[in-house]
Design a protein around this ligand. Sequence first.
Ligand code: NAG
Ligand code: NAG
Ligand code: NAG
Ligand code: NAG
Ligand code: ZN
Length: 505
Amino acid sequence: MNGLAISSVLFLVLVEKSNARATLNNYNERKTNLIEEETLQSLGGSLRLTEKELLVNEKLMQWKEIEVNNSFYNPQYFNYSKHYFDFKDEMKKSKVYQFIQRMPKGAVLHVHSSLMLGANYLIELTYEDHLYACLTDDNLELRFSHTEPQRPCSVKWTLMSDLRNASEDIAQFDAKLKNYFTLDSDDHIGFHTDINAVWKKFNQVYFTIKSLISYRPVREKAFYQALQNFYNDNVMYIEIRSGLSSLYELNGTVHDKIYMATLYDEVTKLFMKVNPDFVGIKLIMTRARATNVDKVREALDLSRQVKQELPAMFAGFDLVGQEDVGRPLAEFSPVLLEAQDEINYYFHGGETNWYGTPVDENLFDAVLLGTKRIGHAYALIKHPALMTAVAEKDIALEVNVISNSVLSLVQDLRNHPLAIFLARGMPVVLSSDDPGVWGAEPLSDDFYVAFVAIASKHADLRMLKQLAINSIKYSALDDNGKTRLFSIFENKWNAFIDDVIATRL
Ligand SMILES: *[C@@H]1O[C@H](CO)[C@@H](O)[C@H](O)[C@H]1NC(C)=O
Ligand SMILES: *[C@@H]1O[C@H](CO)[C@@H](O)[C@H](O)[C@H]1NC(C)=O
Ligand SMILES: *[C@@H]1O[C@H](CO)[C@@H](O)[C@H](O)[C@H]1NC(C)=O
Ligand SMILES: *[C@@H]1O[C@H](CO)[C@@H](O)[C@H](O)[C@H]1NC(C)=O
Ligand SMILES: [Zn+2]
């Protein structure tokens, strides 16, 4: 081999090496670009943060990274694949949790009005005078009355004060009583129970709570307290779902259903007088999906009436209750189509794991019936054509992750479809469904779990802020209402950022 040959071989080797380096550089660059593309597409990914927000974000992400790393390197201690009741208290020690709790979160758009309050407060309400109880091992019905209620009871209607007084240990009595007001008890129903069993217990709890708060003065107190709790959790506006039932007075007067709408309105006005930066509520009228077409037609008539008498408060209509055992939306679509031009719909849809069943296909009906938002939309990822339609029509998804966990749809929260909705930047709003029933904070618990256990490890303050913004954007408020809520939110948000910096994070 002559000198020239040797040097040209050397040259080739060198060229090849540098090509390999160029390819590697290019590879890393392409990977970075792909990740960046996904980040931009994700919910909040294109939001610009201010200098101050960037500062706060840096700290937030340090905390988040420590938490996620801890679990990643010690998966045996990972908590969000466990039952919510096994991690809800522990979670509150997290710095990220405390940050989220302080953070203005905008609006709650999916919550059932009777189930906003936790068991501890409801137990307090059982200390009110004139309360009778029909108490058996597996059921509790309550009724306020001057004399023994003339209603069926398999045991005997007894004054709550007498029951309490007759017990040896009042604290123990109340602790036992609490089990009737919550799913979160010592022998709580876990992952190994079927979904119908969980819902059965859920319906019992609902029955007991409803019997307690159907008395007008107690309902007033309870609703005021509910607003207070949500406000304390940095929520500024709420859309409640309510079936509007008949409240009663001690003297036997029974109010018509629309009275309850008026009560919500008046209590809210009272609350706003004390807290002028609370923007108010709107009402989504509901009817149980287990009912029949005539009942739905009646409910739609009542909706029209509420809309006429309380136009500022009325938002729309929905069907509620366990989807798997209720009637599919399709059965009601003729009557729902009739009212479509007068009444906005906010249907629950896809709160099921039964792919391809009529229940699962409620999602198609919801979209075809022109729903403004979809409650849960848990099954939506299995329907690509619907995913596209939802994106095109900008239909918001009201996601309630803790509800989905407690009500047996998902066990390991990392597998919740919200991850995909967030990654695709879909119009998601986070909500809490029935926080009182499982003893969750009004919104913080759902935000925290979504942020730390479901969203990407990279998801940061931009996602949190965008979720709050979405809750305003996709609310039923008119343009003026949205503008007002946005400006109140912005002030609170900026004050929050300043405050986080001032308290040295
Ligand atoms: C978390 O783990 C990653 C590696 O996966 C490491 O680079 C990073 O420094 C860790 N962060 C913290 C705060 O420990
Ligand atoms: C999970 O919860 C337990 C207590 O229930 C706690 O000791 C542990 O630190 C938590 N795990 C993580 C990764 O935070
Ligand atoms: C509680 O019960 C005792 C008897 O056990 C009775 O003397 C007392 O008056 C009762 N108190 C009330 C408030 O009913
Ligand atoms: C019953 O009580 C309510 C509330 O205290 C009162 O407004 C109403 O007038 C009473 N009705 C009768 C018939 O006494
Ligand atoms: Zn719901």
